[in-house]
Design a protein around this ligand. Structure first.
Ligand code: BES
Ligand code: MN
Ligand code: ZN
Length: 495
């Protein structure tokens, strides 16, 4: 990863006097912002608008030769002044990120003060800028012999105007950059192929988070230990694979000692072939992404550690590979979970819930304030919500509301789904306490009902991210829902 830094700058009253390789100024439709106006003593910006090549639409950009001490001037379209709002600001900042990726400048100065208004708040905008440009700088390189050029930009200075203290501005930039790096880390883990990113690899990544940081401790439970704990459900998934399962526990202690931790539980199926209930061949490669829940736990923890949030957070990752073999679990097999509940495995492709249920039982030992599991759990979720929303299930209304709000604030949105007893009944079995599938109807909901049966005694939420965690065209992990989870934890840290 190249190093990209964000700093707070106080430009002089005359923006043409401030030295920069690229001054970025907002333009609202055909109306120059105050800073653009101040820069335009010779009328070149006005002339450029008159030509009509640049219309000032949200996210549209236009590069011009320099004025005064600014080597270049970038016009950043923000749409009509009266219609400027957080959604338009997001489009503008996305356009800025795209333009910076196409530009060879190593340094730039964004005059952000002109973009603030009644409903676009300074800290929010600066966090968004740092996050979006960091996320835009990500390149997948690991297994390419000719990777794309990295982003040329090394330093973005942001002038927040008078409304925000330099300290608050810098915190917003730092937190946005930390979130962006957490998102990129999650994307990288998701994008890595299954022959590199195994359960053992996830365990070594988790150990990296605690290296040299006394506030973080990583523990890895091996299969032998899991057997002693009675995790027959989790172990039934790795039974057919040559890769041993790992239960990874990462404890970040940024808060008061003894204060109950927020617990994140991630599905870490590093490849899901379906097992004996094997999947069809088309798009099976995408099942390397079946560890995106786990990757979001690691990315969120990285961001939280980076921000040094005053909060206790524990990540649990249930990592396994789901493969067919002579030792694999078969449809009809009955296994016993750590909770004592027996499970009839009617379909070995419904493996996510089998690893998560034992992790949820394990979570209870941590006396959690809340437990949130994150999983690419069901194809049915993709049918129900597509890629725009993560499904949110919860046994606690306040927790659900907090997650939905965090998702709205960061545009990493969730949508609440039901956990009614009527759906749970679809999991009844003649041969065990529960079946692991509930038939073709409401598949994301019955999967969540299965998990709910194990999430007892603490506030719990489940995020089905099967639709939101990756894109099929062009293929790539999105890093969701790291923004939602990190915002949720920032809000808890703020009290
Ligand atoms: N990892 C899949 C879910 C999935 C499928 C995510 C497609 C994203 C895209 C999960 O393990 C799975 O296979 N679920 C089955 C459950 C079924 C057997 C009840 C599914 O959704 O088909
Ligand atoms: Mn599966
Ligand atoms: Zn799966």
């Amino acid at each position: 990863m190249s190093t990209l830094t964000f700093t707070t700058a106080r430009a002089s009253a005359d923006p043409a006097k401030t030295k920069t390789r690229c001054a970025i100024v907002a333009v609202f439709g055909n109306e120059l912002s105050a800073t653009a106006e101040a820069l335009d003593s010779a009328g070149t910006l006005r002339a450029a608008l008159k030509l009509g090549d640049f219309k000032g639409k949200p996210g549209e950009t236009h590069m011009l030769p320099g004025i005064g001490n600014a080597e270049r001037v970038m016009l950043l379209g923000c749409g009509e002044r009266a219609q400027f709002n957080p959604a338009v600001a997001r489009d503008a900042v996305q356009g800025l990120s795209t333009a910076l990726n196409a530009c060879s400048t190593t340094e730039a100065l964004l005059h952000a003060a002109d973009m603030l208004g009644d409903n676009v708040e300074g800290a929010w905008l600066l966090e968004l800028v740092a996050r979006t440009i960091t996320v835009g700088s990500y390149r997948y390189t690991r297994t390419l012999s000719k990777p794309k050029d990295p982003l040329a930009l090394k330093k973005l200075a942001v002038n927040p105007g008078k409304g925000l203290s330099s300290q608050k501005a810098q915190t917003a930039l730092d937190q946005g950059a930390a979130l962006g790096r957490g998102i990129n880390y999650t994307r990288e883990l998701g994008n890595l192929p299954g022959n590199i990113c195994t359960p053992t690899y996830l365990a070594s990544e988790a150990r990296k988070l605690s290296r040299g940081n006394s506030k973080v401790r990583t523990q890895v439970l091996e299969e032998k230990k899991m057997r002693e704990l009675g995790m027959g459900s989790l172990l039934s998934v790795s039974a057919g694979s040559d890769e041993p399962a790992k239960l990874i526990v990462i404890e970040y202690r940024g808060g008061k000692s003894g204060s109950a931790p927020q617990v994140l539980v991630g599905k870490g199926i590093t490849f899901d072939s379906g097992g004996i209930s094997i999947k069809p061949g088309a798009k099976m490669d995408e099942m390397k992404y079946d560890m995106c829940g786990a990757a979001s736990v690691l990315g969120t923890l990285q961001a939280v550690i980076d921000m040094a949030l005053p909060l206790n957070v524990t990540g649990i990752i249930a990592a396994a590979e789901n493969m067919p073999s002579g030792r694999a679990t078969k449809p009809g097999d009955v296994v016993k979970s750590m909770s004592g509940t027996t499970i009839e495995i009617l379909n070995t492709d419904a493996e996510g819930r089998l690893v998560l249920c034992d992790a949820l039982t394990f979570a209870r030992r941590l006396k959690p304030a809340a437990v949130i599991d994150i999983a690419t759990l069901t194809g049915a979720c993709v049918v129900a919500l597509g890629s725009h929303a993560s499904a949110v299930y919860a046994n606690n209304d306040a927790l659900a509301e907090q997650l939905l709000q965090a998702g709205t604030a960061t545009h990493d949105r969730g949508w609440r789904m039901p956990l009614w007893e009527d759906y749970r009944k679809q999991l009844n079995s003649n041969f065990a306490d529960l079946a692991n599938i509930g038939g073709p109807e409401g598949g994301s909901i019955t999967a969540a009902c299965f998990l709910a049966a194990f999430a007892e005694g603490y506030p719990w939420a489940h995020l089905d991210i099967a639709g939101s965690a990756w894109n099929s065209a062009p293929k790539g992990a999105t890093g969701r829902p790291v923004a939602m989870l990190t915002r949720y934890l920032q809000d808890r840290a703020a009290g």
